[in-house]
Ligand binder design. Structure first.
Ligand code: FAD
Ligand code: DHB
Length: 391
């Protein structure tokens, strides 16, 4: 098989890239190790930044989002049993909070690309990158039925997430990486219950962080801070609800609505940046290059931002034989990525409890929250990051 851009991974990064390139008349082929059913059914992120929403409309994939998404004017911060509303629309000059699940974004993009005749190979195995330092890189893989195949291309986009092979194709001695591991985990559930509140609630409590989000009028998404090494078997439904009630409920009588828990799981948290986002003709984008803890709702949006920059760089290359965009790809992305890393670290630190950090830091985190809800300047700073910095 021959194409212009070989894309590894059909997550948000790979699918948005393929769509953006198609609009510029650039051909791509996507290789994905999981099945279509798996990628369309994996529950992950939920919040889209305003410009991501606008981009989906521009690309003609915003119809279901308009119908099924949830558009909130703000978020609620909760601590010491009290609620504080942050009005994002007012603080940012009109930008909203959109809750539209990642797997729905994936479904919309896959359907759109396939309808345009795109090649997406699902269920591939043994994906290997070759000759990325030359002008003729290639990817070898085994098709779902086991037959070996080669994808020859001008460029490779490594959109294969944190554990994919693309980053590893850059020699370790040439990779500049930064990492922070947090002592927090998130236990996430889906429950068949009506919404308890009209917007997201981020709660700090002495027992740990809790987050109320939504998926549909019938299904709600909730998270609680736990030990990242916890076994999900130790978390009975009754224990999960008990923690959620204690951490989320207010002194003025707001109550959480329960329902049957239909899915539960634990994720660990890290911050990670590989600054070497380009190596020869290989580009890393999204989780392949960087990870954030989920508290700031930034992961998916950062992935889309990378491929927007990459699509513009490749357009310059193909339309005008101009390599300047390619050469500045990493620097352009990193300037914004580090701000996303900072915001995710800030939200995570401020909202989680860490006994090892000690009583002084506990008070500082509370003071940080008090400051955000009492200062318009501080609230504006949080809001403009939450709805998405300029791209
Ligand atoms: P991914 O979505 O990871 O896509 C990479 C794709 O590459 C995958 O489909 C994978 O199957 C494929 N792939 C991997 N290896 C190969 C290979 N060898 N060959 C071919 N294909 C390969 N962010 C938030 O903001 N909020 C959240 O609540 C949140 N929850 C999360 C929960 C979990 C369990 C995880 C893992 C992530 C979560 N994130 C969350 C982060 C967010 O989902 C990611 O930032 C986002 O998916 C990044 O998109 P991506 O396209 O870069 O990578
Ligand atoms: C969701 C996830 C987040 O990380 C967040 O900050 C807000 C909402 C969610 O899955 O709905």
């Amino acid at each position: 098989i021959r194409t212009q851009v070989g894309i590894i991974g059909a997550g948000p990064a790979g699918l948005f890239l393929s769509e953006l390139l198609h609009r510029q008349g650039i051909d791509s082929v996507i290789l994905e190790s999981r099945t279509r059913e798996e990628i369309e059914g994996t529950i992950r992120a939920g919040v889209l930044e305003q410009w991501t929403v606008d981009l989906m409309h521009q690309l003609g994939v915003g119809e279901r989002m308009t119908r099924d998404g949830h558009f909130h004017t703000g978020i609620t911060l909760r601590f010491k049993g009290q609620s504080h509303h942050l009005d994002m629309v007012e603080l940012t000059g009109g930008k909203k909070v959109t809750v539209y699940p990642q797997h729905e974004v994936i479904k919309d993009l896959v359907a759109h690309r396939l309808a345009q005749g795109a090649q997406i190979h699902f269920g591939v195995r043994d994906t290997r990158l070759h000759n990325v330092e030359t002008e003729r890189p290639s990817i070898t893989f085994a098709r779902a039925d086991g037959t070996p195949a080669v994808l020859e291309c001008d460029f490779i986009a490594g959109c294969d997430g944190f554990h994919g092979p693309s980053r590893q194709a850059i020699p370790a001695t040439q990779r500049q990486e930064f990492q922070k591991i947090y002592p927090y985990g998130w236990l996430g559930i889906l429950t068949e219950a009506p919404p308890s509140h009209h917007e997201l609630i981020y709660a700090r409590h002495d027992r740990g962080f809790a987050l109320l989000s939504t998926r549909s009028p019938e299904i709600q998404r909730l998270y609680i801070q736990c030990d990242p090494k916890d076994d999900i078997a130790q978390w009975s439904d009754a224990r999960i609800w008990s923690e959620l009630h204690q951490r989320l409920e207010t002194t003025d009588g707001w109550k959480l609505t329960e329902g049957p828990i239909i899915q539960k799981g634990i994720i660990a948290m890290r911050s990670f940046v590989c600054e070497t986002m380009r190596h020869g003709r290989l580009f890393l984008a999204g989780d392949a290059a960087h990870i954030v803890p989920p508290t700031g709702a930034k992961g998916l949006n950062l992935a889309v931002a990378d491929v927007l920059v990459l699509s513009r760089a490749l357009e310059k290359f193909y339309a005008r034989n101009d390599s300047s965009g390619i050469d500045s790809y990493a620097a352009t992305c990193l300037a914004r990525i580090w701000k996303g890393e900072r915001f995710s670290w800030y939200m995570t630190t401020m909202l989680h409890t860490d006994e090892a950090a000690g009583a002084f830091e506990h008070r500082i985190r509370e003071a940080d929250l008090e400051y955000v809800v009492s200062s318009r300047a501080a609230a504006t700073a949080l809001a403009e990051n939450y709805v998405g910095l300029p791209i």
